[in-house]
Write a protein that binds this ligand. Structure first.
Ligand code: PRP
Length: 187
């Protein structure tokens, strides 16, 4: 059972912290410096993938000292049973025309890689000047397809992680750290 509104209940749902808020902040500064150098003189459009990327987008965008614009997409796979098919449905498309834009897709996590792989194919036909990916977390052991990802925050083990945008049944996204969910929560 998911806990209610008591803070102690949230803490007892966590077995261990995997990446702290401070480590995330330091990594975002590091990637932001790299992105600033790589895109010097170019106009950068950050595309966040809802909902998991909300936290990383908010902090990463503020770590960038240059002008950037932001847009959002919401996608979902066609039902959990067919997730491995990699078929994705657009629930909210971009407001921006990508023609001539330098696009950096900002994701919280690459798990199987299917979502990003589909998104990259989808974006390829929209006339962007360039499309790259920044994923804060990646689970190499869960990969079903390789995703060409230019910026990676942390490679993490294939465990059930929550926090900093990552959810279980829509909860835990608001945790400041990324932590391993205790098995009693989902078993
Ligand atoms: C998560 C995450 C990525 C995707 C990664 O989103 O934000 O978009 O899964 O998994 P994959 O590499 O196996 O495709 P989810 O569909 O859970 O939606 P959410 O962002 O709203 O939590």
């Amino acid at each position: 059972m998911l806990g209610g509104m008591r803070a102690e209940e949230v803490q007892s749902d966590i077995t261990r912290v995997l990446v702290t808020e401070e480590q995330i902040r330091a990594k975002l500064d590091e990637v932001a410096a790299q992105v600033t150098a790589d895109y010097e003189g170019k106009e950068l459009l950050l595309v966040g993938v809802l909902k998991g990327a909300v936290m990383v987008m908010a902090d990463f965008a503020r770590a960038l000292p240059t002008h950037v614009t932001m847009d959002w997409m919401a996608v979902s796979s066609y039902g959990t049973g067919t997730r491995s098919s990699g078929v994705v449905q657009i629930r909210k498309d971009l407001d921006t025309d990508l023609h001539g834009k330098h696009v950096l897709i900002v994701e919280d996590i690459i798990d199987s890689g299917l979502t990003l792989s589909w998104l990259l194919t989808n974006f390829a036909s929209r006339g962007a000047a360039s499309v790259e990916v920044f994923a804060l977390f990646r689970k190499p052991d869960a990969a079903k397809v390789e995703v060409d990802c230019r910026y990676i925050g942390f490679d993490i083990p294939n465990e059930f992680v929550v926090g900093y945008g990552l959810d279980y049944a829509e909860k835990y996204r608001n945790l400041r750290d990324v932590a391993v969910l205790a098995p009693h929560v989902y078993s």
